[in-house]
Design a protein around this ligand. Structure first.
Ligand code: ADP
Ligand code: MG
Length: 332
C-alpha cells in the first residue's frame, strides 16, 4: 500500500482552479464539436466550464493529434481524454481506446469517470483490468468486447498474451499519469503492449510532472505530439514515493512495521472501503497507534473535514499521535 505520497493527493484534490470574474464571457464546452449527449452528461455533474488543461488540449485531442499534456493533479486531465475517446467512438468494432494507468485505484477511478461521461450514450462498455483479480475473470468478461479498456500495464499485457484482448481496432492509446507509470517500472510493459497496437493511432500522454524520462517516453511512443505544459506540480517534487508489494493478508502487519520504522508525526492511510478502514483502524489501535477513522458513514461532514485539514496544516495543534484518516475518493 501507499503511505502518503501522490496517491493521497490524487484522491483528495478537487479541481483547484478559479472562475475568472474579469472575463464575463466564460468559454464553455460548446466551442468544440462535441455530441450533445456528452455535454449534457458533464453538465449533469455540474461541469460547464473547461479547466485550463481542457481548454488548451481539447481541440488537438478531438482532431486526432498526439498530445503531451502536463498539468498538476486535480486539473481535469481525465475529462480531457474521456471526451476525446467518447467523441471518436463509432459503431461497435472492437476495443477502440486503451487507457493505461499506474494503479488499480486509478484504473477504477478513470473507468468510472469515463462511464459517467458516457451515461447518455447507448451501450458503451468500459472495462477496467488490473491485477489482484484472477485473469480468468477478465478473460471471460472479454467475451463481450468493450469499446474502452482501462487498466494497469501488467494485466493488460497478460490479457494480450493470452489472446483474449485484441487491440487491432484501437484508435486511441492514453498513457495516464505517465510519470508514475515510469516510477513504477512499467516502461517495458508499455513497450510490449505497443507492439500489439496498430501503427496508425492517436497517442495521448498525461503527466503531473515533466521529468526527462517522460519526454523520452513521449519520443518513444508519440508522433509529433502537440506539447502542452502548464503549471508544474511543485509539491510532488518534494514527496518521496515508496512502493511495497505485499500479499493482502500481510498488509496490516506490514503497515504497522512500516509506521514503526518511519515514526511519522502524522500519517494518512487510504483504504478502499469503509470496512477496510475499520479493519485497518482496529489493527493500528491494537498496535498502539491512535487513529481516527473518516469514512463515508460520517457523511463526510464539513466539521470533520475542517478538523482534519487543521491538524494537517498545524502539526503542533495535533496531539503527538498518529491520526489515520481514510475516506473514499470524491470521484468514486
Ligand atoms: P487530474 O487527472 O488532472 O489529476 P482529474 O481528471 O481527476 O484530475 O479531475 C479532478 C476533479 O475535477 C474531478 O473530480 C473532476 O470531476 C473535476 N473536473 C474535471 N473537469 C472539470 C471542469 N471542467 N469543471 C469542474 N470540475 C471538473
Ligand atoms: Mg489523472
Amino acid at each position: 500500500g501507499f503511505v502518503g505520497g501522490r496517491q493521497s493527493r490524487h484522491t483528495m484534490c478537487h479541481a483547484p482552479y478559479r472562475r475568472d470574474f474579469r472575463n464575463p464571457r466564460m468559454p464553455d464546452f460548446s466551442q468544440w464539436p462535441l455530441r450533445p449527449e456528452l455535454i449534457e452528461a458533464i453538465a449533469g455533474q455540474g461541469i460547464t466550464e473547461p479547466t485550463p488543461i481542457q481548454q488548451a488540449s481539447l481541440a488537438d485531442i478531438l482532431a486526432g493529434t498526439d498530445v503531451l499534456a502536463q498539468a498538476k493533479t486535480g486539473s481535469g486531465k481525465t475529462l480531457a481524454f474521456a471526451l476525446g475517446i467518447l467523441s471518436g467512438l463509432d459503431a461497435p468494432s472492437g476495443v477502440q481506446a486503451l487507457v493505461l494507468c499506474p494503479t488499480r485505484e486509478l484504473a477504477d477511478q478513470v473507468s468510472q469517470a469515463i462511464r459517467k461521461v458516457a451515461v447518455r450514450l447507448p451501450n458503451v462498455k468500459v472495462s477496467a483490468f488490473y491485477g489482484g483479480i484472477p485473469v480468468r475473470v477478465h478473460v471471460e468478461s472479454l467475451v463481450h468486447e468493450p469499446a474502452i479498456v482501462v487498466g494497469t500495464p501488467g494485466r493488460i499485457l497478460e490479457l494480450i498474451d493470452t489472446g483474449a484482448l485484441k487491440l487491432e481496432a484501437l484508435k486511441t492509446l492514453v498513457l495516464d499519469e505517465a510519470d508514475r507509470m515510469l516510477d513504477m517500472g512499467f516502461e517495458p510493459a508499455i513497450l510490449a503492449i505497443r507492439k500489439a497496437l496498430p501503427e496508425k493511432r492517436q497517442t495521448l500522454l498525461f503527466s503531473a510532472t515533466f521529468p526527462d524520462a517522460v519526454r523520452t517516453l513521449s519520443k518513444n511512443h508519440q508522433r509529433e505530439p502537440r506539447e502542452i505544459l502548464l503549471d508544474t506540480d511543485t509539491r510532488s517534487e518534494h514527496i518521496e514515493q515508496l512502493f511495497f508489494e505485499v500479499p493482502l493478508n500481510r498488509k496490516p502487519d506490514a503497515l504497522v512495521h512500516l509506521l514503526g520504522q518511519l515514526q511519522p508525526a502524522q500519517a494518512l492511510v487510504f483504504c478502499n472501503t469503509k470496512i477496510d478502514c475499520q479493519t485497518v483502524g482496529n489493527h493500528l489501535s491494537k498496535a498502539g497507534w491512535s487513529c481516527s477513522n473518516i469514512a463515508a458513514q460520517f457523511r463526510f461532514n464539513l466539521f470533520t473535514y475542517r478538523n482534519l485539514l487543521e491538524w494537517l496544516a498545524d502539526p503542533r495543534g495535533c496531539p503527538p499521535i498518529l491520526r489515520s484518516a481514510s475516506w473514499r475518493s470524491p470521484t468514486t
